[in-house]
Design a protein around this ligand. Structure first.
Ligand code: GLC
Length: 654
């Protein structure tokens, strides 16, 4: 389609570009700009077209894209072209991720290089290094309150260290994921300091108000994200004597995306880190990007348009770079962060599957997969060329973010059920072996979330305390079972550092006044390398978990049916303790895998005839790809041991 308005604008913009940009050979850049320009122009116009300086802002936008393209290293440009040719590369089952803090895992970025071997031993080939950009020592929100988007905090090292690490990882075909905190800055960021000093340009980077009039209107419909530690959504700045929008902590100032200069700055920063070697950029708190009075200020349509625009622009400069949407919102909303269309309205290629995560925990607590089945059934299909990040634990709390209607359909009272889950995971419920703690209790709504390490939540801590070997084994089984689910569900499994050796809650955060009030620090440990060394001691807890995961990862990588082409079918098993689904191979016939997870502490049976006729899948001679063994069956009933899973194939050799 030839679109006259955008083409003539593009011609004008190209004429106006700075001479040093015009002089370069930008063949690939111009091809991509031409291909994406109609969309970029339409979106930019939709968001900012009413402004007098619209065209100047467009020129600036193109200049940023071109300048970052010119700076992009030739190795990265080569990768861009390769990935354009093989554009489904990230849907492969061969990717397995881990999220970690560089200091918690290895001390700093430089030491990361000497610990990559450990990740490779496990099979991890995608590493999300938690925020490393400069942030205040105290008010840091674990790195999510950035005071300088272009420097690395001295706690982690230098840009050179990162460059070396990125290069090292690239050589090993490992992907690097870095954060860009797009929704807010630290109140110590230069932009905030300038706004405080009365600089008009930077005042418009934030939402700043003279009095409570507008803030009060916003508050009528905005929920509180951190009700205990940072109630409300606005903070009075003493120095400025004005109110600033601070949805998260009072030191995190929300950026104002109704200002195109903010959009351009943040795009520039995304491309800056893409040029530092990030294969994937994790966009933090994307649901919050647009604020509108009378709404919750989450999941607004404009937030989606901003992400589409970021994607289109980033595709022009660095098309090999993917986005992860961190949007921990209701299931029907999460899915929208992939975009409306895989080609013309794409947002992020990857999104956290917070729904699956919360449902898995619910199933661990209840030993019943009803809600899990219900929740996954209600999850709308995602776009093509989009994939989930499936995880059990991460640096954040566990929010019980399932739909109330799903809870009701699964036969529970939503309020009572949520309370049960909080009690279960904090160990308050009778006989619960979990040892989590509460995060973000809201005394007005009664809402609460949960912090705690995977091992402590799964009962390993209490089992070790009591020395009960069967309880220890049971918690290890649970840890492996939930991983068996995220490895086979479809998407990139994202492990969390320390979980691979059963790291327990870390209470040291209580001694640090800047951390003590935020219980999420209980599960942000310094990896204990002595403990990690135990992974080679046969029979140790560490060895049982580590080698189980190692094997799981190796097997996952060999199963084409585990790649993510929306090739999953949920199956009704008739047994409430089981979660059953079929993964069909997108490339070859007859290479389907039946996944069965038993969340109960007793063996359960699966009646194969109840599953109906599943195409070519022959239920006669099944083999579990994980253990290599044939599962026990009795008549037509397959027996699944307590807290275990099968990845079943009907072929002897796969
Ligand atoms: C994201 C981060 C979380 C942080 C918040 C505010 O949700 O994962 O750790 O507190 O954004 O930046």
């Amino acid at each position: 389609m030839y679109e006259q308005v955008s083409h003539s604008l593009l011609n004008r913009i190209l004429d106006e570009l700075k001479p040093d940009i015009r002089k370069r050979d930008l063949r690939h850049f111009y091809t991509r700009l031409g291909a994406n320009f109609y969309a970029i122009h339409s979106l930019f116009f939709h968001l900012y077209g009413q402004r007098d300086d619209f065209e100047q802002q467009m020129v600036r936008l193109v200049e940023v894209m071109a300048s970052r393209y010119i700076e992009r290293h030739k190795d990265l440009k080569k990768l861009d072209v390769l990935r354009e040719k093989d554009h489904n590369w990230f849907l492969s089952q061969e990717w397995v991720g881990m999220a970690l803090y560089a200091d918690g895992f290895a001390g700093n970025l430089e030491n990361m290089c000497s610990h990559i071997g450990y990740l490779q031993e496990l099979g991890v080939n995608m590493v999300h290094i938690m925020p490393i950009q400069e942030c205040p020592k105290a008010a840091s929100d674990g790195g999510y309150a950035v005071s300088n988007f272009r420097e690395i905090d001295e706690r982690f090292g230098t840009l050179d260290d990162l460059r070396a690490l990125a290069k090292n990882m690239r050589k090993r075909n490992m992907l690097l994921t870095l954060d860009v905190v797009v929704n807010h800055t630290s109140d110590e960021h230069e932009w905030a300091e300038r706004a405080r000093a009365g600089d008009e340009k930077y005042s418009q980077y934030y939402y700043i108000f003279e009095d409570r009039n507008i803030p009060d209107m916003f508050e009528e419909t905005m929920p509180e994200i951190l009700p205990e530690t940072a109630p409300g959504n606005f903070t009075f700045d003493e120095r400025m004597q004005k109110w600033v929008m601070t949805v998260f902590n009072d030191y995190q100032w929300d950026l104002n995306y109704s200002n195109p200069a903010v959009f351009i700055e943040m795009l520039d920063i995304i491309l800056y880190w893409a040029n530092k070697g990030a294969d994937i950029v994790r966009l933090d708190a994307v649901a919050f990007l647009w604020k509108k009075i009378g709404t919750t200020c989450q999941n607004e349509r404009e937030a989606h348009l901003i992400l589409q625009l970021m994607k289109d622009c980033s595709q022009v400069t660095a098309p090999g770079v993917l986005f992860i949407a961190e949007a921990i919102v209701a299931p029907v909303e999460i899915i929208k962060y992939f975009g409306e269309d895989a080609v013309i309205a794409k947002e992020c290629e990857i999104a956290y599957n917070a729904t699956f995560m919360a449902l898995l925990w619910e199933t661990v607590a209840t030993k019943n997969a009803n809600l899990l089945n219900q929740g996954i059934q209600s999850l709308p299909d995602k776009l093509d060329r989009a994939t989930w990040l499936n995880y059990i634990r991460c640096h954040d709390d566990i929010g019980l973010g399932f739909d109330d209607s799903d809870i009701a359909r699964a036969g529970y009272n939503p309020l009572a059920h949520r309370k049960f889950l909080v009690d279960w995971f904090t160990g308050a419920y009778k006989d619960s072996p979990a040892r989590g703690v509460i995060f973000g209790h809201n005394s007005k709504t009664g809402d609460a979330r949960i912090s705690g390490s995977l091992a402590s939540l799964a009962g390993l801590q209490s089992a070790l305390e009591s020395g009960d070997e069967s309880a220890i084994q049971q918690s290890i089984d649970i840890i492996l079972l939930v991983h068996g689910m995220i490895m086979s569900f479809g998407g990139i499994p994202l492990l969390y550092y320390g979980d691979e050796i059963g790291t327990l809650n870390d209470l040291s955060f209580l001694e640090d006044e800047h951390k003590a009030k935020d219980t999420r620090w209980i599960h942000r440990p310094r990896l204990d390398w002595e403990k990690a060394g135990q992974r080679h001691t046969h029979g140790s807890v560490e060895q049982r978990i580590f080698s189980g995961l190692q094997k799981m990862i190796a097997v996952r990588k060999s199963i084409a049916a585990f790649s993510d082409y929306n090739n999953r079918e949920l199956l009704e098993s008739g047994n409430p303790h089981l979660f059953v689904f079929m993964r069909t191979s997108p490339f070859m016939q007859n290479e389907n895998v039946l996944v069965v997870g038993n969340f109960d502490n007793a063996p359960q049976s699966l009646s194969l005839s109840d599953l109906g006729n599943r195409g070519q899948f022959g239920f006669g001679q099944l083999q579990d790809l994980y253990s290599g063994e044939s599962p026990k069956s009795f008549n037509d009933q397959l027996v699944i041991p307590p807290f275990s899973f099968y990845w079943l194939t009907d072929r002897r050799t796969f």
